[in-house]
Design a protein around this ligand. Sequence first.
Ligand code: GLU
Length: 438
Amino acid sequence: MSVRVRFAPSPTGNVHIGNIRAAIFNWLFARHEGGAFLLRVEDTDRERSTPEAIQTLLSCMAWLGLDYDEPEVYQSRNTARHLAVAEDLLARGLAYREAKGGGGECVIFRMPTEGRLEFADLVKGVIRKKAEDTQDFVIVRSDGTPVFHLANVVDDVDMAITHVIRGDDHVENTFKHIELFKAMGAPIPHYAHLPMIVNNQGKPYSKRDGAAFVGEFREQGYLPDALFNFLLLLGWATGDDREVLTREEMIRLFTLDRCKSSAARFDIKKLIWMNGEYIRRQPREVYAAEFVSRLNAAGLSADGVDLDGIMDQMQVRTKFYSEIPASCAYFFTDAYAFDPKGVEKRLKADGVPELLEDAAERYAALDVFDLQTTHDVLAAMGEARGTGLGAMVHPVRVAVSGLTEGPGLFEMLALLGRDRVCARLRAVARALRDGLPL
Ligand code: GLU
């Protein structure tokens, strides 16, 4: 029997990462098994399932490369079929009518009253419940509309779904769903319930904790492959310590027995790191195109600089493309901005103007201006002053770049070239002495 799985979101206008993670797991499982990945839009809430909300969903899926193998199914188009099944259950005494609330009649599904209900979840293991702890439940409301449980199961039967992979907020529903499958005489699918995504406090991760919707991550400059990889690790692991995987590796390695049953903590630092890993691995032409277009958009030109050398330094440390050019403008203009905190901490100390001037003098006098010689000059200065190299490096870095972080200082100096370095050191020393703003 070939695997058929589906992603069955209820569109609301925003796609929560917990939902799209379910899509990712279903997609990888289908691709690994050579089965079919289907999309069913559970659009029965007509107020929330607007055309725009559906468009948002489809665009998030396309952005993440979650292609599906058959035309999408719209649940709202199957209402007649859902109601026909309810009629059939009524006819066979498996459901009954009951007046609820304002007197209208609902259709209620009968749950077993004796024995034990259980299913073997592929992630969580066997889950049990006593029949006496379950209750009959509404499958058609008094206004004649089918309830989620009925629609969800009937559609799964009709789509011949073999595995239901979804969030563990549906574990309780599964007891109801299995009884509905049985009542319809349909094979019961395998279930895999994915662990909840939680915040640092162990509470369900929500929009109060930060970005929670796919669109937000997209706007913030995350690469789709980085987000995909990060979400995969929320509840799944390779078993060794590999974390950054190509799509092909994911497909090859993805099995449900590697899913974790314990809650998955959302760690934004890890996502940021992951994004940097993906940027670092991009082909140089791709990085270069982004880099140059962002430079140009900021009115900077790469003429006359060692652009490749600069990108060698920057590609390995770019976490977001949006950091370009602010993180490296100093390579392209003498009018670079100074980070006020860096100025306060590294330049506003006694003796800094002298130190910068001394470095400029010594650099100007070098025969060769390179990684080694620029290093040796500062090391000698640190020794002479009895303060060590560190006390030289930080002020020089802030003086020539305006920033406290970036490439290794000596790589940076070599890329800037002697003339610019000496001019900047002297200009900053002068401004500091004269009390001028930087
Ligand atoms: N529409 C439901 C949800 O988004 C479907 C759950 C399922 O996958 O069965 O939670």
